[in-house]
Design a protein around this ligand. Structure first.
Ligand code: GFP
Length: 800
């Protein structure tokens, strides 16, 4: 008996687990073994596993209450949490118990597991990074809460129709979500619109935020943290009974529908003003609910505002939650009645900001008109922050008018807009990029002026990934092999121990076991020939990431195959995975062209057994976990100076894929660690790419000078792939914004080296093992340790 919490400990024997499963089936699901559906079994299993974590959660919360620690709050518009069942089984130590208990009750564990739907509450790397950091925070016993939005519809489901991407709603929780704990008592009120009267801001619309939380267990420790997600609810008065009684059913609920639209979808289409305004509403909804919750938690435990920064650090995951800065000012000044100066000093000692991009167009700005209409008081506060900022700039750099203009929180031309990144830098004590190169480029390009004003504010924290999720769960076979090679599974909590695998690269038996694991993973993926090299490009579609470059290489291989099938050499399966933003037409054209090329190659008997292009639809965490273990070659081929970090590159290297890549993002650090001999480097580096972009670059002359490139582009233009993709080829010839043609020759030649290297399977396997052995640095645990020592300065609290 755990007396302090009055908890009956949950049993860990098969019989006890089975007993709990049965009682949950009866008492919580309200059904019986005879009449239970697979869904009943799934939900009951989830409850049984969740209970075990909830018991740990109770002990964690007790320890947190006792120590009143410094909290790390992570504010993020996105969380790509991945499937919950397999994770929670592993973290609760019930991976073996569960299937046995299910079978004993007559259920099929496979059928039950297939019902676990991943909450797709994010888009790409940024959302997945957030999930990896929460995992590492719990594993390191740091008191932390992740805050986000509980979107009804997550990232769309991607389907292909005639090769074109079609988006379908992702109603991920249509059956309810058994992992979630609703906490309706902690609801918050959020205002929008209205005016500023003598008493302050009077909102014109009021919405409720209702939280629920998911458990975030640490691995190999007792700690269980939470991620708290807000859902918008209409204030009760918004149902119009009078209209309903008059038969105006739609009108009766219209206010409620409008309120609840706020958390309806992740990334509403922002190609219209309405869509943009909805996004801004989402951002404010997230920060307002979360900050009120943070303030509530602080006040519950403390009485003096001066202690706020000592007890609180709030990390802004990109600019989406930047309104938290004026919102906290408003709460402190208008509601808590603090002086502006004291409030500003608290704000500036509490927030930190992570920037995830190098694309100027990805730095958010909002029209002053829209922000002022939606949040009039916040605009006032932003103006005041700006006035103080510009005074500081003027006194440090007298007479430098253009600097003042660049640094202002308000852009004047061509339209007055609020620059969220400038606000984020101004209102925080630390700003970090997500890889060494990225952080350097932030201070030397994106934020130069700010770095000159406040050099100490800028730092780097290189991204990392969860080894539990992306090695242990994704690749159980390889994990077992690693554990046997190292003699222990301690690497799952200290990934630097992987370096102990390096000597095994010279052990022929270990190498053949390693190869066998790759083949097994390929077979599990359902790819016909496990002997073919699996060449993988999995990531969001964006022109800077250059899926089009990979595609030009594929077409070149196909042309070589047609002209001389006998000399083709290495059989390859090229796999693409990823989604394009619904309104991003150029990226959608690339998707369509990939599918067309894939169909053409598949239909041509000459390619049989030698070249294949596969593009499974709806790339998500679930699919990533299947593809990554099987990959031989990892494509990280962005234009240098554009990819902030990349994290897929880390997941693939950790699973023994060898990278072909540019010197971009974290590729640079991966190459430094795995060694230049175990990495296929090509292309222009950042200064060379920038210089070429700044010069009179003519993609057409590159085309004229290279026969294979010309043949590839001519094939597209000439309609060789069902007449699809002419726009893609034309834009490369006319503009080539991301220097695809400039890097083509270097890339294709390097791919020839890749094929040559593949012929020596012993050597390839050696390289593969060394990639894993030397990638221990890329653990999210190390990332969190860096955040702790450079920014957060929070200390672990371990449950008793
Ligand atoms: C973004 C950046 C990536 C970076 C992640 C996480 O992800 O370079 O690795 O954030 O920091 F672009 P995406 O939106 O590209 O997926």
């Amino acid at each position: 008996m755990d007396l302090r919490n009055g908890l009956r400990p949950l049993g860990s024997t098969p019989a006890e687990f089975e007993q709990d499963l049965l009682s949950n089936l009866y008492y919580r699901r309200g059904t019986t073994v005879e009449s239970a559906s697979a869904q009943d079994a799934y939900e009951t299993l989830a409850l049984t596993v969740r209970d075990r974590l909830a018991a740990r959660r109770a002990r964690t919360a007790a320890a947190h209450y006792e120590s009143n620690p410094r909290w790390v709050y992570y504010l993020s518009a996105e969380y790509l949490l991945g499937p919950q069942l397999e994770q929670n089984l592993l973290y609760s130590g019930t991976t073996d118990l569960a299937p046995a208990a299910l079978k004993a009750l007559g259920f099929s564990p496979e059928e039950v597991a297939a019902l676990d739907v991943e909450p797709g509450l994010g888009n790409g790397g940024l959302g997945r990074l957030a999930a990896c950091l929460l995992d590492a925070l719990a594993t390191l016993d740091i008191p932390a809460v992740g805050y986000g939005i509980r979107y009804d519809l997550g990232i769309f489901k991607q389907e292909f129709q005639n090769g074109e991407q079609v988006e379908r709603p992702d109603d991920w929780a249509f059956q309810g979500d058994p992992w979630e704990f609703p906490a309706p008592d902690d609801w918050q009120t959020v205002g929008f619109y209205g005016f500023i009267g003598p008493e302050g801001w009077v909102p014109g619309e009021v919405v409720h935020g209702e939280p629920s939380h998911l458990l975030v267990p640490g691995y190999g420790t007792e700690t269980v943290n939470i991620v708290r997600l807000w859902r918008a609810r209409a204030a009760q008065a918004s149902f119009d009974l009078r209209r309903f009684s008059a038969g105006q059913y739609a009108e009766a609920v219209q206010d409620a529908v409008r309120a609840e639209n706020i958390s309806k979808v992740l990334y509403p289409d922002d190609s219209t003003d309405m869509g943009r305004e909805l996004r801004l509403k989402q951002q404010y909804f997230l920060v307002s609910c979360s900050l009120r919750d943070i303030v509530r938690r602080f006040r519950f435990r403390n009485s003096d505002w001066a202690d706020f920064p000592a007890k609180t650090v709030i990390q802004l995951n990109d600019t989406h939650p930047t309104l938290a800065i004026p919102e906290l000012m408003r709460l402190l000044v208008d509601e808590e009645r603090l002086e502006w100066e004291q409030a500003w000093s608290l704000v500036r000692s509490t927030f930190a900001y992570t920037c995830h991009t190098l694309l100027p167009e990805a730095l958010e700005t909002w029209p002053v008109e829209m922000l002022g209409r939606l949040l009039p008081r916040h605009l006032e506060i932003i103006y005041k922050i700006n006035a103080e900022l510009l005074d500081e700039v003027r006194s440090r750099f007298p007479g430098d008018v253009s600097r003042v203009r660049r640094m202002s929180l308000i852009q004047e031309e061509p339209e007055r807009r609020v620059r969220m990144a400038n606000l984020a830098v101004t209102g925080t004590f630390a700003v970090n990029g997500v890889a060494e190169l990225h952080s350097q480029l932030l201070t030397s390009t994106t934020f130069t002026d700010f770095a000159e004003l406040w050099p100490d504010r800028f730092t780097n924290v290189t991204n990392g990934v969860s080894p539990r999720r992306f090695v242990r769960l994704a690749n159980p076979g390889l994990s077992t092999l690693i554990t046997s090679g190292l003699g222990s599974d301690a690497w799952l909590r200290d990934l630097s121990l992987l370096s102990g695998l390096a000597p095994l690269a010279d052990d022929a038996t270990f190498r053949s076991q390693w190869r066998a694991e790759k083949r097994r993973a390929k077979a599990a993926l359902g790819l016909g020939d496990p002997g073919a090299m699996l060449d993988v490009m999995i990531k969001r579609f964006h022109e800077y990431k250059r899926q089009q470059l990979k595609l030009l290489h594929v077409i070149t291989l196909y042309h070589r195959l047609r002209s001389n099938p006998g000399a083709f050499g290495v059989p390859r399966t090229v796999l693409f995975g990823g989604k394009a933003a619904p309104a991003y037409y150029a990226a959608k054209s690339i998707i369509r062209l990939i599918n067309a090329v894939s169909a053409t190659i598949a239909a041509d008997p000459v390619s049989s057994g030698l070249l294949r292009v596969v593009f499974p639809a709806n790339y998500n965490v679930t699919l990533a976990e299947k593809i990554i273990p099987a990959a031989d070659l990892s494509e990280q081929i962005s234009m240098a100076g554009k990819e902030a970090s990349g994290t897929g590159n880390m997941k693939l290297a950790l699973n023994g894929a060898i990278t072909i890549g540019t010197l971009d993002g974290a590729n640079v650090e991966i190459r430094d660690r795995v060694g230049a001999d175990n990495f296929f480097l090509f292309g222009l580096d950042t200064p060379a790419a920038a210089a070429l972009r700044a010069s009179d670059y003519r993609p057409r002359s590159v085309y004229d000078a290279d026969d294979e490139l010309r043949a590839a582009l001519d094939a597209i233009l000439g309609g060789a792939f069902g007449g699809v993709g002419q726009d893609v080829a034309q834009s490369l010839l006319d503009r080539d914004e991301y220097l695809t043609l400039a890097d083509y020759r270097s890339y294709v030649d390097k791919q020839d080296e890749v094929s040559a290297a593949w012929q020596d399977q012993e050597q390839w396997t050696r390289m593969s093992i060394l990639n894993t052995a030397n990638s221990g640095f890329f653990s999210a645990d190390r990332t969190v340790a860096d955040y702790l020592s450079r920014i957060w300065h929070a200390t672990p609290v371990r449950p008793a």
